[in-house]
Ligand binder design. Structure first.
Ligand code: AMP
Ligand code: GLY
Length: 426
């Protein structure tokens, strides 16, 4: 196969994976990208979806072989924490994403907190408990507000910021006695509640070299004014501009660099994208809330829409330990807005099967629509639960990007469509 027809395999099924594929094809339209399992809407010139069970490593390797792929890019956390990168590398593939050992940064908050303490990375004071009796004693001693975190993966639902002791005890009981998260809450982290504003900072790394990308900020709650239940993320406008250069440089030197150096020292060099969730206090001092070991969704859709340069070469450089940090940039003054359209009933009880209309009209307005919970139904596209679409637009100001994204979001129709109206509002 010639250089220009190399196939790229992206594992995952959401708007995040769609946006990575789009960035690769924008730079080089001769590429061929397969997203697996993908979804009903990820298709187009050079782009297709193929079914695969990400939990079945043999099946994933088989697919990668049959496509003769050049690079595998892993989108979501579950297969990373489950060691899909190790399996694919053993089978001889170049893979963008951390090994299972490096993915512990996200797979275990207990590991992350102890790691941060070992490497003097600023983070909230904490303790780790494994029984309700221990939790109760610690909560009564520490008082409220206090943050109660299931250690393992809980699709973003395992953290309770408790404003009262009663609330904290109830959260600890649900995790350690009622076991609502099963083994993911065998260990529970109790930590001090930090005041400040949050930012998501992404750093690409090949284990040694790294490239810090501009920060973004997600809107986690379902409803306007940060009300309603937590979700995977309802939208983003960025990059976040109000962080000073000094704060950004502290995030790099006090959080990103020591994390990468610490992982090297502990024999699990981190290759892939490190996503630091950071709290910044009133004096601009950053603390680490959590690390994720993948791109955020919807942050990724904004980032990929803005990046200029050869995204594929940068991700491949991370995989092959040869990252050139100068490959990518975001042009000064460019902004992106992502508005998520979610299914009726999301996040508790999302409906499926509703016909989606207006996609072409939305793109004619200048937006790019990335697909998450969509499926083909004959000629049409229908919802398939959860977050359905990520409507994304770029502009020369936040307002310009927001205006296009919202205009496009409004012409897309499906029954019970949910969206926030205040994404990126000042
Ligand atoms: P995490 O998954 O650990 O980032 O937690 C999810 C969310 O809970 C974060 O995005 C914060 O909004 C909040 N959170 C987590 N830890 C703390 C903390 N120590 N203080 C205040 N808020 C927190
Ligand atoms: N948008 C937050 C996340 O992907 O975890």
């Amino acid at each position: 196969m010639s250089e220009s027809t190399r196939q790229i395999l992206i594992l995952g099924s959401g708007a995040r994976e769609h946006s990575i594929a789009d960035a690769i094809l924008r730079f080089d339209s001769a590429r061929r990208v397969v997203v697996a399992p993908g979804n009903g809407g990820i298709s187009g010139a050079g782009l297709s979806s193929q079914p695969v069970d990400l939990a079945n490593h043999a099946q994933v390797i088989e697919l990668a072989r049959s496509l003769a792929v050049e690079l595998v890019i892993v989108g979501p956390e579950a297969p990373l924490c489950d060691g899909i990168v190790d399996s694919l590398e053993e089978a001889g593939f170049a893979v963008f994403g951390p090994s299972k050992a490096a993915a512990r940064l996200e797979a275990s908050k207990a590991f992350l907190k102890s790691f941060a303490a070992r490497h003097r990375i600023p983070t909230a004071a904490f303790e780790i408990v494994t029984s309700f009796a221990e939790a109760e004693a610690a909560i009564l001693r520490r008082g409220a507000p206090i943050v109660v975190k299931a250690s393992g993966l809980c699709s973003g639902k395992g953290v309770v910021v408790a404003t009262t002791v009663e609330e904290a005890l109830a959260a600890a009981k649900s995790m350690l006695v009622d076991r609502i998260f099963g083994a993911a809450a065998d260990e529970v982290v109790l930590e001090d509640c930090l005041p400040g504003t949050e930012a998501s900072v992404f750093a690409l790394s090949d284990g040694e070299r790294f490239l810090v990308l501009p920060p973004f900020r997600d809107h986690k709650r379902l409803l306007d004014d940060d009300r309603g239940p937590n979700t995977g993320g309802m939208g983003v406008v960025g990059p976040v501009e109000e962080l000073s250069a000094e704060t950004l440089s502290r995030i790099t030197s006090e959080i990103i660099e020591p994390t990468l150096a610490g992982m090297r020292k502990e024999g699990a060099p981190f290759r892939g994208v490190l996503f630091a969730g950071v709290m910044i206090d009133a004096n601009g001092v950053p603390s680490l809330l959590e690390h994720n070991v993948r791109f955020g969704d919807p942050e990724c859709e904004a980032l990929m829409s803005l990046l200029e340069g050869d995204v594929l070469a940068a991700l491949e450089g991370c995989a092959t330990r040869s990252l050139n940090p100068d490959l990518l940039s975001i042009p000064q003054g460019r902004h992106a807005a992502v508005v998520i359209l979610a299914a009726e009933g999301y996040p508790m009880n999302p409906r499926s099967g509703d016909l989606i209309q207006g996609l072409e009209q939305a793109e004619r307005l200048g937006a790019k629509v990335f697909h998450a919970g969509t499926a083909r139904n004959g000629e049409g596209l229908v919802t398939k639960g959860g977050r359905v679409l990520a409507v994304t637009a770029c502009g020369s100001s936040r307002e310009a990007a927001r205006a296009v994204a919202y205009a496009a979001a409004d012409v897309i129709q499906f029954r019970g469509k949910q969206l926030r109206r205040d994404i990126g509002a000042q």
